[in-house]
Design a protein. Sequence first.
Length: 218
Amino acid sequence: MTSSDLDLAARAIEAGELVVVPTKRWYMLCCDASNPGACARIFSTKKRPPDKSLLFVAPSPEAVRQRFSVAKEAELLAAAFWPGDLALLLPWRDAAEGERHQAVGTPEALVTIAPGILGELATLAAVPIAATSANLSTERPGPSITLQEVLDFVTSAEADIPIVVDGGVCPIANHLTIVRCSAAGTEITREGVVHRRAVFAVIGWAEADQTVSFASSG
C-alpha cells in the first residue's frame, strides 16, 4: 500500500463510494457515516440486519468529545486503549446529530479511534467514517482476513466497491471489545481483543464493584 492508495480511498469515500481497507483484525468495509445512501449500501451489500449499528471511526479524541458525551470511565478507557481494538458505546451530545447518523447508532453510537490504515483513513477523509467487517453477514467463514477473501466477498455480493487496499493477511481475526459508558453505568457488551481483565485494570471494577453485569457477546 502507498500513501496515494489511501488518499484515493479517502476521496472515494467523500464521493459516496464504498471502500475496503485492512486492519490487524480483518478487512473493513467503509463509507461516509453522514451519507445515508452509502450507509444503506453497506447494509444491503453485507445483508447486515438494520438494527446492528456500524462502527463510527473518529480521527481523534477531540473529535469524539465534540460529538459525544464522554464519562470519566470512557476517558480512562480511551486513554488506555486508543488507538486500538476497543470501541465505546457513547451517547450523542446532540440528539439531532444522532438522528442524522442512525447507521452508527442513536441515541448512542459505537465509537473507536483505530490504529493503522483505518485510523489514517479517518484522519485523511473530510467526512466521518462508518465501518464494518468485509463479509456477508449470512455466510461463513466470517470476516475477510485475506485479499482473496475480500475479492470473493465482492463477487458474491455483486458489490460496487471501486477501491480495495491490500494489507496482506490480517493476523488477529477477532472482534473489537465493546464497552458501554453512559450515565446509567458501564458494562462490557462484547468481549474481543481487549480482555475483560484489562478493562477491569483500567477502571478498577475488580475492587470497586463486584456487581457489574456483563451483556451477551452474541
